[in-house]
Design a protein around this ligand. Structure first.
Ligand SMILES: [Zn+2]
Length: 189
């Protein structure tokens, strides 16, 4: 981890983990990819290794991120998808060149055409298309935290997940409930 920068929140779903690089959108928001170097770091965690990143490419990434956020939020609310967001997701998907490679161990690896940020964003955009279109098994939902409201992909059996992340939003809510209970002279529930 690099000193001075906010930690990443890493989830299992590429597209919604990417939208999670900006958290607390409705509170004191935290930008987790504040500089190009941090986008390179984040992409590497997900096996999308790029050579370099310019400030313009970081802008492109953030534009895709907010487009995925907007489209996924609309999908979770069963509203009409915002046209501008849909167009940007499509553009990034078209412009990225990447191939899925099977390793001898049977794992998937991404091979980016020119190891560029655009190639990596193409993979993320395609993942967003899968998730938002309902091609993948799971359900888009919004985090119950009022300051977060992040769109997440619920793959639990019951599809009743409430929080984008149990370790952050879920935990905070649990603690708040616990403290409120104590305030009223009740034990923890
Ligand atoms: Zn949340």
């Amino acid at each position: 981890m690099r000193a001075g920068f906010p930690d990443f929140r890493l989830g299992n779903v590429l597209a919604t983990s990417f939208t999670g690089t900006l958290s607390e959108r409705f509170g004191d928001s935290v930008e987790r990819i504040p500089v190009p170097r941090r986008l390179i770091d984040w992409l590497a965690v997900y096996g999308l290794t790029v050579d370099s990143c310019t400030p313009e490419q970081l802008d492109l990434a953030r534009q895709l991120r907010e487009s995925i956020h907007a489209a996924a939020t609309a999908a979770a609310l069963r509203e009409t998808l915002p046209a501008a967001a849909v167009r940007i997701i499509g553009d990034r998907s078209i412009e990225g060149r990447a191939a899925a490679i099977l390793t001898p161990e049977g794992e998937r690896r991404w091979r980016l055409g020119s190891a560029s940020v655009e190639d990596a964003l193409g993979v993320i955009a395609a993942d967003a298309v899968d998730v938002i279109s309902g091609e993948r098994d799971g359900k888009l939902a919004l985090c119950a935290s009022a300051t977060c409201r992040a769109a997440f992909f619920d793959t639990s059996q019951s599809r009743t997940r409430k929080w984008c992340d149990m370790n952050t939003c879920g935990n905070r809510q649990k603690k708040a409930r616990f403290n409120a209970g104590r305030g009223r002279g009740e034990g923890p529930r």
